[in-house]
Design a protein around this ligand. Structure first.
Ligand code: IYT
Ligand code: CU
Ligand code: CU
Length: 291
């Protein structure tokens, strides 16, 4: 951040910068620099066109990061260990890969530490190389687009599932995201009818990328599925998917690597899957995680 002074608690500020080369480049490491007393979380997005050309801007409202589709590449959250990319794995960036800019979003939580009006320069160092990496990192996003949570209803599941029909991916980290009503979010691979856990976490814990279950790869013919468990307790009206903190979201992000020969850096799944399929989801997916 270019020396910012957030003005109130829960301010979201964004800053953009362009990939400093015209050739392909690979991010092989992320080194966070964040003041623990003020920064609640940081997200790094890659895209072609940031929404602003200012040195920084307020990006608190819905998706105030990029004009085109933004892809998340890194998440840092207070009190969570930072994610490391495996050896020989890099995120491909640069003009050719549709990723000519980075947008860093910082959520400043408690701003009482700014009473002295000091300027904040929290951010990330990206370690990059022009050397092609054997494996390319990518993100598979499962998201619900149509969940409605009824007021007072104790349990509402948001189910998402898609058939996977590409080259093998090797998940190594996952991230969950909901707003206040999410209790647990789980992601699975289904192969020959058998459900294998990729990751499961409470979205009320810091929303960083956590290590995924290493033994679970995903290949052609598999199904990828996810479930978010919500509660409507404490609400007096219906809750829909949306951008404000009174709305909800159901996201399960899988960070994977793929052979560079046929790498696809971003994929997503927005289908709700069949009721029949989800009858076989392991019981753990319904068990809230205490926070
Ligand atoms: C409606 C919804 O679920 N939005 C999510 C997922 C999402 C992320 C990106 C949707 C789009 C994106 O381009 I990147 I379209 C969402 O907004 N998630 C938030 C962040 O904005 C990334 C999160 O913290 O996961
Ligand atoms: Cu935050
Ligand atoms: Cu959200």
């Amino acid at each position: 951040m270019p020396g910012v002074v957030p003005t109130g608690s829960d301010t979201y500020l964004c800053t953009a910068f362009s990939v400093p080369t015209s050739q392909d480049a690979y991010i092989v490491d992320f080194i966070p620099h964040a003041s623990m007393d003020t920064v609640h979380h940081m997200l790094l997005f890659g895209c072609q066109t940031p929404v602003s050309t200012s040195s920084y801007w307020d990006c608190g409202s819905v998706q105030g990061t990029c004009e085109d589709e933004a892809s998340i590449m890194y998440a840092w959250a207070r009190n969570a260990p930072p994610t490391k990319l495996p050896k020989d794995v890099g995120f491909k960036v640069g003009r050719n890969s549709g990723m000519s800019h980075f947008v860093l979003q910082i959520h400043y939580g408690d701003v009482s530490a700014f009473r002295d009006h000091h300027r904040d320069c929290s951010g990330l160092t990206l370690r990059m190389t022009s050397k092609p990496q054997p494996f390319i990192a990518g993100i598979y996003l499962l998201m619900s687009v149509d969940t409605v949570i009824l007021p007072g209803k104790i349990v509402t599941n948001a189910d998402i599932a898609c058939d996977y029909s590409s080259y093998p991916i090797y998940p190594f980290a996952f991230r969950t995201h909901t707003h206040h009503l999410g209790k647990v979010v789980s992601g699975y691979r289904i192969r020959d009818g058998k459900w294998s856990l990729i990751g499961r976490q409470s979205p009320q814990l810091p929303q960083a990328f956590y290590p995924a279950n290493k033994d679970v790869n995903v290949k052609y013919g598999d199904t990828i599925a996810g479930r978010c468990v919500f509660t409507g307790e404490g609400r007096t009206s219906k809750t829909y998917i949306g951008g404000t903190s009174d709305d909800e979201m159901c996201n399960f992000y899988i960070m994977y690597y793929m052979d560079r020969k046929h790498a696809i850096p971003y994929m997503n799944c927005m289908e709700s899957g069949s009721k029949q399929l989800f009858q076989l989801i392991p019981a753990e997916a319904n068990i809230p995680i205490a926070v």
